[in-house]
Design a binder for this molecule. Structure first.
Ligand SMILES: [Zn+2]
Length: 462
């Protein structure tokens, strides 16, 4: 076999055992107390956890937005992901006005092709619907795109109306695809933003004040109601607040297949960050905005209780210098987004598991297993089993870390988690049977990541 991991303390979403793992031709071929036979490489994981590789289903690499382009491309972004224990991402191919979905998909495939060091898939964001575009949905599913995104925010740019959302939900569900929504009320936010700017309220904190939690709660409830009318499941991206959470809980309690994710920034940072001096608040300008401490607590609880199913990053980096700065005199010109692809696993382990907000198994579930299940990658990814892809993370749960832009690998000049400390560090990362990170050393070659042809949505898992 190619690789043998010995003294492995394997932790999955459901199981925990000690033993050995054999890897051949990119797959896990054997698991046992002892795995016989010689291996090209033997990795001793003594004292470490072995997790299934983490999966980040919400990233924006090399994305044009608000006149700028996110600063990580598929090479720097996937390298940073790998350093953080993420072995697969699902990024967004965004349809431009008048564009065919296939053209958007191919544009993003080309961005990733020779650059990615880990496996990648794409959701397609539908921003301009007509009959031809609708007919492309099943075609895209055949290409392995089993999820589509709709924006209820960003009026005049990405936003679509409820009728379009309804038709996309119907068609996607009939085609075996899942629809994800960015749920904020774009009409009202549009008015609040222009009123604030008119009244001279131009600092970064007004970004948050122009996007109140009620606007998210309303759009979340509306999106869910539209999905119920269409008879389709729905997935809410980057849920941040109690107003939206209540809508998700009520829908799930009523038996509708409703899923939602949150992100580390909404669990760990808050509105207070916008009040940092010297325009520093711009670093946290993202949509939806950071909320309150009470919201953080509610989100953690929802993760443990199962009301929220996934933590992804919404990694969308823009440099402070030259990009965020464009909004010095007008918060509405600050490119929306923040980096995080590299720090998710350690942060959620340290803040979640070690602080006893979630269990160890729940941690694996929300960063790897459920993303794989909901987005058509299970059981090839998201677990440690014979026949699964050899995407594995060897993780030192006792090693301390301090997050800093100086030690991060993301191609961006800041991190919103600067100085944050905790325990739990990624030591070795195996992707498709290749050791790509070894004790901090990058062994991956650009272009070795493979496109993930994702399977149709399998219905309600959770
Ligand atoms: Zn996003």
């Amino acid at each position: 076999m190619d690789i043998k991991i010995i003294n492995a303390h394997v932790v999955t979403a459901t199981d925990e055992f000690k033993g050995e793992i054999g890897i051949q031709k990119g797959k896990i071929t054997e698991i046992g107390r002892k795995v016989l036979g010689k291996a090209g490489t033997v990795i001793d994981a003594k004292g470490k956890y072995v997790f299934p590789g983490a999966i980040d289903i919400h990233t924006h690499l090399d994305m044009p937005f608000m006149g700028e382009t996110s600063s990580d491309d598929f090479e720097t972004g996937t390298i940073a992901a790998a350093y953080g224990g993420t072995t697969a991402i699902v990024d967004f191919a965004i349809q431009a006005k008048g564009q065919r979905l296939r053209d958007a998909f191919e544009t993003w495939m080309n961005k990733a092709k020779d650059k990615a060091v880990i496996d990648y898939g794409f959701h397609v964001a539908i921003c301009d619907l007509n009959e031809d575009v609708l007919a492309e949905i099943p075609e895209m599913v055949k290409e392995g795109v089993m999820s589509f995104k709709c924006f209820l925010a960003y009026k005049g740019a990405l936003m679509i109306d409820d009728g379009a959302l309804f038709r996309i939900l119907q068609k996607a569900h009939a085609s075996g695809a899942l629809v994800m929504i960015h749920a904020e009320n774009g009409d009202i936010i549009d008015i609040l933003v222009s009123d604030m700017i008119k009244n001279g309220k131009t600092e970064p904190k007004y970004h948050a004040l122009s996007r109140p939690p009620e606007a998210e709660g309303e759009a979340t409830g509306r999106g869910i109601a539209v999905a119920q009318m269409a008879g389709a499941p729905i997935y809410i991206v980057h849920l941040t607040c109690r107003e939206a959470l209540e809508k998700v809980k009520a829908s799930r309690d009523a038996g509708f297949p409703t899923y939602a994710e949150t992100c580390p920034q909404y669990l760990l940072l808050s509105y207070k960050n916008y009040e940092e001096p010297d325009f520093n608040g711009a670093k946290y300008v993202m949509s939806p905005p950071l909320r309150s401490k009470e919201d953080q607590a509610a989100l953690w609880k929802a993760l443990q209780m199962g009301d929220l199913q996934v933590v992804s990053t919404d990694h969308c980096p823009f440099n402070f210098k030259g990009q965020k700065e464009l909004g010095r005199d007008d918060f509405s010109k600050i490119p929306n987004g923040a980096p995080g692809i590299e720090n998710r696993v350690s942060l959620i382990f340290s803040e979640g598991v070690l602080k006893k907000r979630i269990t160890l198994h729940r941690f694996v579930d929300i960063v790897s297993t459920t993303p794989a299940k909901l987005f058509g990658m299970f059981p090839e990814k998201g677990t440690v089993a014979v026949g699964s892809d050899a995407d594995l993370v060897i993780f030192d749960p006792r090693k301390p870390f301090t997050i800093s832009v100086k030690s991060n690998h993301q191609n961006v000049d800041y991190t919103p988690y600067e100085g944050m400390q905790g325990k739990g560090v990624v030591e070795t990362v195996i992707s498709g049977g290749r050791v790509i990170i070894d004790h901090g050393k990058l062994l991956a070659k650009p272009g070795t990541g493979r496109y993930i042809r994702r399977k149709p949505f399998k219905g309600s898992y959770l």
